[in-house]
Ligand binder design. Structure first.
Ligand SMILES: NC(=O)c1ccc[n+]([C@@H]2O[C@H](COP(=O)([O-])OP(=O)(O)OC[C@H]3O[C@@H](n4cnc5c(N)ncnc54)[C@H](O)[C@@H]3O)[C@@H](O)[C@H]2O)c1
Length: 368
């Protein structure tokens, strides 16, 4: 297997998602981490580099130097992952695209639609790969659902909804110095959208992937339930689609007591309903009108052979978040090796997701 020389910006000790990216890349087996700027603190970057086996001369104190030096090396990185807080994504991504280094960026791509559109233009101008890690669409049973919708097994779609419910921000933990909460509730670092941009965007991306198109209208109600919080922590959004028949809804909350990472969807057509939850990701419920519900399982009876490549172990052995993330890395590696720029979720979808965020903010500003 060809191994890609890989770099990372962010993801130092104590960070959340950088570690998940490294586990995903290890599961895939096609990446070697050889360079990084893991923190805004050079000392912390050096400590992380040591722990991760990155040579000291490729542990960079800032991401611009990393992009410049790596682009000059014969054995420089072929791809970089951006796993920093949202407000840094634009500058981080631009530094590497400017030097024609392929980029894998965390969601949301940027803190504004304008920035996302600029990166879209730049990636095209540079003819350089830019992907955004919407990991949930890489769950095998989500892919089965997508196939059933495409084949028309649900009939004409009537109601679709996706939700992402958490409770970790139910209290004012940002005031206690909790690092991930602190930047996520600071509009200068997270953007104008709080919960909406953090997890609502995952639910919306998932829904768009499943039905194959984006909404054309939104009616959004954004709330901050925790006193003094400067961004929304709860988002309730109605979606309208171009056919004027299909009705959609996104419910995202970080203050919904009793919910951890409760992401899921329900798609209802004239013939059947499909239901899936990421906390039980190996099963998908198909509920046909007038017939018993069927529990479909990953790699189980009736599972399509064409989707075997996105499974790691046989049916009944649970797979989930990390394996789906590894599928993101697998797809990106194959796209890069085949010099294929049309990987999904690509920059075009990420810009549509930012259009959704911007439309929700505007709708809420106008009082719906
Ligand atoms: N796809 C998912 O499921 C998922 C889950 C969690 C987070 N995320 C996204 O990942 C990103 C990071 O989130 P997190 O929870 O890991 O945050 P975090 O605060 O845990 O980690 C951020 C990291 O960036 C580093 N950093 C900050 N400034 C830097 C700079 N100038 N140069 C280099 N490194 C710098 C920090 O030191 C830290 O290591 C966010 O955009 C978030 O939305 C995605």
């Amino acid at each position: 297997m060809a191994i890609l020389r890989w770099g990372m910006v962010g993801g130092g000790e104590g960070a959340f998602i950088g570690d998940v990216h490294r586990m995903a890349a290890r599961l895939d087996g096609g990446y070697q981490l050889v360079a990084g700027c893991f923190s805004s603190s050079p000392e912390k970057t050096n400590l992380s580099a040591k722990a991760l086996g990155v040579e000291v001369d490729r542990a960079y104190s800032d991401f611009n130097t990393m992009a410049e030096v790596e682009s000059q090396r014969e054995d420089g990185i072929q791809v970089v992952s951006i796993v920093t807080p949202n407000f840094l994504h634009y500058d981080n991504v631009k530094a590497f695209l400017d030097r024609r280094i392929a980029v894998i960026c965390e969601k949301p791509l940027t803190v504004s639609l304008l920035q996302a559109q600029e990166l879209q233009t730049l990636a095209k101008k540079q003819n350089t790969f830019l992907a955004v890690t919407y990991n949930y669409v890489e769950n095998p049973m989500v892919k089965v659902a997508r196939e059933l919708v495409k084949k028309g097994e649900l009939g004409e779609l009537l109601m679709v909804d996706a939700y992402y419910l958490q409770d970790w921000l139910a209290l004012d933990i940002e005031s206690t110095g909790q690092k991930q909460a602190a930047w996520r509730t600071d509009p200068a670092k997270t953007g104008r959208a709080g919960c909406l941009g953090d997890i609502g965007i995952h639910a919306y991306n998932l829904l768009s992937y499943l039905i194959g198109y984006s909404a054309s209208r939104v009616n959004a109600s954004l709330t901050s339930f925790v006193a003094g919080r400067r961004v929304d922590d709860h988002a309730d959004i109605q979606l309208g689609y171009k056919d004027n028949i299909l009705q959609g809804r996104i419910l995202a909350s970080q203050v919904m007591t009793g919910h951890e990472n409760d992401l899921g969807f329900r798609l209802t057509g004239r013939k059947a309903t499909l239901e899936w939850r990421q906390e039980t990701p190996n099963e998908l419920w198909f509920k046909p009108l007038g017939a018993p519900a069927q529990r479909m399982t990953r790699n189980g009876a009736g599972y399509p052979e064409s989707l075997n490549a996105v499974c790691y172990v046989p049916a009944g052995h649970p797979e989930g978040y990390l394996e789906a993330f590894a599928n993101v890395y697998q797809n990106i590696r194959m796209a890069l090796l085949e010099k294929e720029l049309s990987y999904y979720p690509n920059i075009d979808q990420a810009v549509k997701d930012m259009e959704f965020v911007e439309a929700c903010l505007q709708s809420n500003d106008q009082g719906h």
